[in-house]
Ligand binder design. Structure first.
Ligand SMILES: C[S@@+](CC[C@H](N)C(=O)[O-])C[C@H]1O[C@@H](n2cnc3c(N)ncnc32)[C@H](O)[C@@H]1O
Length: 270
């Protein structure tokens, strides 16, 4: 079992680098790391952390991140957001950018790809035949490279697609392995740019976003970390741009610079 001192070392390391607040999750941290420590031959957590900090290749760091992030996600999650995106946000973008014809959307905690592929399908539905006239930039990022690899592979078990409309399944997926799995079509995959990105880092975007999806990730951060991130998101949006957060998450009404449209949908003034 992890000692208090070892736990403090790991939780401080993770908090400082990734913003993730594990301070109340000692049992979870131990449960997720214990077997890997044993199979990797580390005698205790301190030896493991010494190696993580020394490792120039980044592979131990990657392992730590992959083990300690919670990547739960699924297709159609909080579908009301995609509905709102199609009915309210995309018509606004289409009008605003009718000259330049570009759309910039960022999914900041993309996990295994379900959310960005949902966004890509809604974009394809909305723009229809006009799609080729538009320059669409859909950026999908996550801290964990393990989940991003899965997202880029775009292979899902059939039961993960059960709630998806048949027309989407037909258009955007190909059945493989006798129908036990589905693979995202190359065309849809090409709509999404997957990159590793830590939300604690300064945002590197040259152009401002029309919409940012930041759903179900800020629950892992403490309030001060969240406040800084929300301000960075605000600054990265176009005037009038939208932010979606998870429906069970909240932004402090008093301190947020955003206009509240619905409890999980926010808009920058402009
Ligand atoms: C629970 S998943 C949410 C997935 C999706 N947005 C959804 O709502 O279904 C949270 C994701 O946030 C990522 N994450 C956690 N901390 C992060 C950070 N500092 N920077 C970028 N991504 C982070 C995790 O790797 C994980 O994939």
């Amino acid at each position: 079992m992890i000692t208090n001192e070892e736990f403090l070392r790991i939780s401080s390391y993770v908090k400082q680098r990734y913003g993730i607040d594990l301070s109340q999750k000692k049992v979870i941290v131990n449960g997720r790391l214990e077997n890997h420590l044993k199979s990797g031959g580390w005698k205790n957590y301190n030896h493991f952390m010494d190696d993580v900090e020394k490792d120039k290749s980044g592979s131990l760091e990657k392992m730590l991140v992959d083990l300690l992030t919670t990547n739960h996600t699924y297709f159609m999650r909080e579908f009301e957001h995609f509905d709102y995106f199609k009915k309210e946000v995309l018509p606004w973008i289409k009008k605003k950018e009718s000259g330049r014809k570009d759309v910039r959307v960022w999914c900041g905690a993309a996990s295994t790809g379900e959310e960005p592929y949902m966004i890509a399908m809604v974009l394809a539905d909305f723009f229809g035949l006009e799609k080729n006239q538009w320059d669409m930039k859909l950026l999908a990022t996550d801290l964990s490279t393990g989940v991003l690899q899965q997202a880029m592979a775009g292979v899902y078990n059939a039961d993960q697609l059960t709630k998806m409309p048949e027309s989407w399944k037909r258009h955007f997926f190909k059945a493989i392995n006798n129908g036990s799995q589905y693979k995202v079509t190359d065309e849809l995959k090409q709509q999404v740019i997957f990159r590793k990105f830590n939300l604690m880092d300064p945002f590197p975007f040259k152009r401002k976003m029309h919409t940012i999806f930041m759903r179900n990730v800020m629950i892992y951060f403490d309030e001060p970390t969240k406040r800084v991130l929300v301000q960075k998101i605000y600054d990265a949006l176009e005037p009038g741009g939208y932010l979606f957060i998870g429906t069970t998450e909240t932004l402090d009404r008093g301190s947020t610079p955003f206009k509240i449209i619905q409890p999980s949908i926010f808009r920058k003034e402009g």
